[in-house]
Design a protein around this ligand. Structure first.
Ligand code: Z5A
Length: 210
């Protein structure tokens, strides 16, 4: 998948449960719109009809074999890119996406034991050369994030995984950010939501509008 004519920018938000991705996605999209940017908010797994159907399988059923689970995430992602993300970017719309391929490396890789090699092969197949322009990693101790997430009600399959799983997922996101500092930045998600938005907007200005 390539994006030779795109004028939009692709911003992804990553991090553990309850870190504030949805909250930031909403606020960031609003702030970008106020700056005159056409903007689309979307999420993974999901963001297109077929991908939302796969989301139902991933969150509602299981357990899955880790490779099968990663393939389902990438099938949903491919559908999301083809139907929603790429058409938007190509028409100049900025896309703010709640989770993307880094989540598969963190959850299915560090969390469930999928190898990096398989993840890279799935990226090649499903994404081609496409990568986010900016990835904001919202970092929060898992117990704080889970407290926030569970206060909303029923826990999904991933939220029910144990403390050690969530600690590995957090470490994996920090490692991804350290490995690709040009694409990624880590935000302290323990700050008030307004401060997280301020940091995010500063990074957008510096890296995408400078
Ligand atoms: N998954 C995977 O395994 N592999 C993959 O490749 C992909 C996903 C793409 C999707 O679940 C699941 O799929 C996910 C990983 C897996 N695991 N889980 N669960 P989801 O979409 O249902 O959930 P989520 O992505 O983890 O999001 P979330 O739980 O909704 O959390 P969030 O979006 O980061 O947080 P929030 O909804 O913005 O905030 C949670 C609460 O905290 C809410 O009451 C807010 O008002 C509050 N909040 C937010 N920010 C703050 C601050 N700064 N201070 C205080 N309170 C705050």
């Amino acid at each position: 998948m390539t994006r030779t004519t795109a004028k939009g920018r692709f911003i992804t938000l990553e991090g553990g449960e309850g870190a504030g991705k949805t909250t930031l996605s909403r606020a960031l999209a609003g702030a970008l719109a106020a700056r005159g940017r056409p903007v689309l908010r979307t999420r993974e797994p999901g963001g297109a009809p077929g991908a939302e159907a796969i989301r139902g399988l991933l969150l509602g059923r299981g357990p899955w074999d880790p490779v099968a689970e990663a393939m389902l995430h990438f099938a949903a992602r491919r559908e999301h890119l083809a139907r929603t993300v790429l058409p938007a970017l190509e028409s100049g719309i900025w896309v703010v996406c709640d989770r993307f391929a880094d989540s598969t490396l963190a959850y299915q890789g560090a969390g469930q034991g999928l190898s990096r090699d398989v993840w890279e092969r799935l990226c090649d197949l499903a994404l081609g050369a496409l990568r986010p322009d900016l990835t904001l990693v919202l970092d929060l101790p898992p117990e704080r994030g889970m407290g926030r997430a569970l206060s909303r009600g029923d826990a999904n399959r991933y939220e029910q995984a144990g403390d050690a799983f969530h600690a590995r997922v957090r470490a994996a996101f920090l490692e991804i950010a350290a490995r690709e500092p040009g694409r990624c930045a880590v935000l302290d998600a323990g700050q008030p939501a307004e401060a997280v938005l301020g940091s995010a907007l500063g990074l957008v200005t510096e890296r995408l509008e400078g």
